[in-house]
Design a protein around this ligand. Structure first.
Ligand code: NAD
Ligand code: TDX
Length: 340
């Protein structure tokens, strides 16, 4: 392993992975390939922009000729695919881009990767492929029951990875991370959205009863988990990266408000997300057996995260303009108006 293509490396988790790899492996060349959609942000890569072993190329993973060119030019031997449309609510409003990137994009990367003889393909996936689980923990061999267009597109991408392993003998591994939070997360997801809204004393639209459970994983733990699976995962296998920090959305929200010294009266119970999964929870045993352990518990990670958004308004204030405001209006205006 020497020349690693990190697709979607300008996003939230991908950029944490790029920063981690550039610092941890001076002998590797880390090439970030990213379309820079609304969620991609070159500011996330500022900490590594001057490093010798880092390069950035702008492009679309579903664009065969662009993918072929970077694979050839940089003599890529390893692909780690973070590129995705990643927000469930946007997939409900407009699924097209999800099929394009999360399904077709994965296929193009696999197909071009195979033609160029890459040695390993790591697909970054999600706990959402298992769907809603009422109790217990999802295991890697459990069946897929995705409920949102996002989750279904991620499941489709994974199945294509499986097929390239089974059919063409490609060396593949898959990671399934749980709900991730931390610095540099686009402020549409629960933690950065509520934190930045609360800083400005704006209402926090909690879907339905707020009792939905997610398993929270700090972003640096997720990045280290992908590193571990990339290096030590068995070919053809999938590995859960579970935070083992299950919390319901009300607890997460009130904790954010407490850390900011803001009142619970900012919470608004708005009409629910369509097809909203009540609970995700995975077993971390299989990844643990490879030596991965999360280092951050939820309380420590959340405190560091909230502090980061307080101290880095330069990063998020310029995002909360233009396209972001159009999306906010589409997603929340009616919901909030219905409970005012
Ligand atoms: P993100 O939305 O912050 O970043 C996605 C990145 O992919 C952006 O930089 C974007 O520009 C890029 N991208 C999108 N379409 C592209 C295309 N067609 N070609 C090239 N680049 C493209 O997402 P994230 O939260 O960092 O998630 C990264 C990966 O981890 C995704 O595959 C997601 O499914 C998975 N995941 C996320 C979470 C989570 O809680 N955020 C949890 C588990 C798994
Ligand atoms: O405004 C909101 N109000 C609300 O109640 C938002 C944005 C979210 N929520 C709820 C919905 C979920 O139960 O909070 C929970 C977390 O929501 P998101 O941050 O949108 O995450 P989720 O839908 O759980 O999906 C996340 O985890 C798995 C990531 O966005 C996915 O990319 C990842 O695959």
């Amino acid at each position: 392993m020497k020349n690693i293509l990190v697709t979607g490396g300008a996003g939230f988790i991908g950029s944490a992975f790029v920063r981690h790899m550039v610092a941890s492996y001076p002998d590797y060349n880390i090439i970030c390939f990213d379309k820079l959609t609304y969620a991609g942000n070159i500011d996330n890569l500022l900490p590594v922009s001057d490093e010798e072993n880092y390069r950035f190329e702008r492009g679309d993973v579903a664009d065969r000729s662009a993918v072929s060119r970077v694979l050839r030019e940089y003599r890529i031997d390893t692909v780690v695919n973070f590129a995705a449309e990643s927000h469930v609510d946007r997939s409900i409003l407009a699924p097209d881009a999800f099929i394009h990137t999360d399904v077709v994009g994965v296929y193009i990367l696999l197909d071009e990767g195979r033609k160029h003889g890459i040695e390993r393909f790591c697909q970054v996936s999600t706990d959402e492929v298992y769907g809603d689980i009422e109790d217990g923990l999802s295991l890697e061999d459990d069946r897929f029951l995705p409920n949102s267009p996002y989750a279904a597109s991620k499941a489709g991408g994974e199945l294509m990875v499986r097929a390239y392993h089974a059919t063409y003998g490609m060396d593949t591994v898959i990671t399934r991370g749980s709900n991730t939070y931390g610095p540099y997360q686009y402020p549409e997801k629960l933690v950065p959205f509520f934190t930045t809204e609360a800083i400005d004393d704006r209402p926090l639209p909690l879907y339905g009863d707020g009792e939905q459970i997610r398993d929270w994983l700090y972003v640096d733990d997720h990045a280290r988990g992908v590193d571990r699976i990339l290096h030590y995962g068995a070919t053809g296998e999938a590995y859960n990266l579970a935070g083992e920090n299950q919390r319901n959305n009300i607890e997460v929200t009130t904790r954010i408000l407490k850390l900011l010294g803001k009142p619970d009266s900012l919470i608004r119970h708005v009409p629910d997300r369509e097809g909203h999964d009540r609970r995700y929870a995975m077993s971390a045993e299989k990844a643990r057996a490879l030596g991965w352990r999360r280092q951050f518990d939820f309380e420590t990670g959340l405190e560091a995260t909230v502090r980061w958004y307080q101290e880095n308004e330069w990063w998020w204030r310029k995002i909360k303009t233009g396209e972001y405001l159009d999306y906010y209006k589409q997603q929340y205006a009616e919901r909030l108006a219905s409970v005012e």
